[in-house]
Design a protein around this ligand. Structure first.
Ligand code: ASP
Length: 410
């Protein structure tokens, strides 16, 4: 059995999982809700791998760079890639909502939005402080217990870098981490076979919870133009911008690369979590698409928390949509502030379901838009979250290929 045959079969099973899951959840919501249990098992199997995978892949990735000075160049290219792609996404989001104006014909929500309001400082400086604070773990065990990706990355990049300076003692430890990393990836390979059922069950469960096709249809109609605008923007980023970058700067065929990543993208769609998808993204990039471990081990986990093209596009678009529904004119300066804060809010959003909705308060506060406006888009967020998470994960995967190519060249 060739590995290509295996991967083709897996992709077909995943597609069948998506179709069957949508049909069950859409037409038989209560059955869909029952099936959700199997989806939860799949998510748990992925989540349990996140911490060991981040730890081992950071150490292996950093040590494989050879010369520690290369870390600076890899980090520079990675950050540049994150910034450029996120900026393009935000510009697409802002432009489309300004052109299509989905909020103009809407009326503002009367119900005040108080649900899940975070207690933290939402000002620009407060958000930067929060972000910087989250980089340094106060307690490593707490960071692991809470699946906090960012502090673990920072600590284990330092740890891996230090190991490379310790000569043979360090090498022995690095070998151990290489073995651990290979073992965890083998477990991911096993979990991946549960993906068709897991993905199908998650979709069935979520659609079921929304009352099936008939249940959420009225919400979809009410927010139809807004939903279409967001999906159009995400599609431009996913099908035009990112493939072009992949082709030009990663020297890859976008079609075959996307095929190799499909299991990860489908799981991002069904789990709505970039963090939970890290194991599959890493596996698909390195094993299916042969992206070098040096690049993928670094770019994918970091990207899962700070590189969110889909979320950034959504945050900017949604803020302007809310302004339109309230009939608030936005000046050019306000648009600039939305540009900056949406990027920041996407960086600050955790890779978990609907995190972007909460960090969107940063954007709304910065341009003094009513936070109650969030109530308007709350009902459809679970659906749009899936699309934006899929784009987030696709953006990280493209970044891994671009950085991998950069490392080969230099
Ligand atoms: N669910 C998204 C992710 O995990 C974050 C968000 O936009 O809510 O990437």
């Amino acid at each position: 059995m060739t590995s290509n045959f295996v991967s083709n079969r897996l992709l077909i099973y995943i597609l069948i999982g998506i179709v069957v899951g949508s049909a069950i959840g859409g037409f038989y919501p209560t059955v869909g809700e029952e099936l959700y249990f199997f989806g939860r098992l799949f998510v748990q199997a992925l989540l349990v791998l996140v911490v060991p995978l981040i730890i081992t892949s950071m150490v292996v990735g950093v040590s494989h760079l050879g010369d520690v000075r290369k870390l600076g160049s890899v980090a520079g290219t990675t950050i540049l890639y994150y910034f450029v792609t996120t900026a393009i996404a935000v510009i697409i989001g802002i432009s489309l909502v300004l052109i299509i104006e989905p909020g103009v014909s809407m009326t503002p929500q009367e119900v005040p939005f108080t649900e899940n309001l975070p207690t933290r400082d939402l000002s620009l400086w407060g958000s930067v402080q929060n972000l910087l604070e989250s980089l340094i773990p106060e307690n490593l065990v707490t960071a692991m217990a809470e699946n906090q990706v960012l502090p673990l990355i920072v600590f284990f990049v330092c740890f891996g870098t230090v190991l490379t300076t310790l000569g043979s003692t360090g090498e022995r430890v690095i070998h151990l981490f290489e073995g651990l990393n290979a073992a965890i990836l083998k477990i991911v390979q096993l979990v991946i076979w549960a993906a068709p059922v897991g993905i199908g069950a998650l979709i069935a469960g979520r659609l079921g919870a929304a009352g099936g096709f008939l249940g959420f249809w009225p919400e979809l109609v009410k927010l139809g133009l807004y939903t279409l605008t967001v999906i159009l923007g995400l599609s431009l980023q996913a099908f035009v911008v990112l493939p072009l970058i992949l082709y030009l700067f990663g020297k890859r065929d976008p079609f075959s690369y996307a095929r190799g990543m499909l299991a990860a993208i489908a799981s991002a769609f069904s789990t709505a979590s970039s963090s939970a998808t890290i194991p599959l993204s890493l596996y698909c990039a390195t094993k299916r698409n042969q992206v070098s471990q040096k690049a993928a081990n670094f770019v994918i986990p970091l990207g899962a928390t700070i590189n969110m093209d889909g979320t950034a596009l959504y945050e900017a678009g949604a803020a302007i949509f809310i302004a339109q529904t309230y009939g608030i004119e936005l000046t050019f300066v306000s648009l600039l502030i939305i540009f900056v804060t949406s990027t920041l809010a996407a960086i600050g959003a955790a890779g978990i379901p609907e995190a972007g909705l909460i960090t969107m308060l940063i954007v709304l506060e910065a341009v003094h838009l009513p936070v109650e406006g969030i109530a308007l888009i709350l009902t459809i967020d679970w659906l749009l979250d899936r699309f934006r998470t899929a784009v987030n994960v696709w953006g990280d995967s493209v970044g891994a290929a671009v950085v991998s190519h950069h490392i080969e060249e230099s």
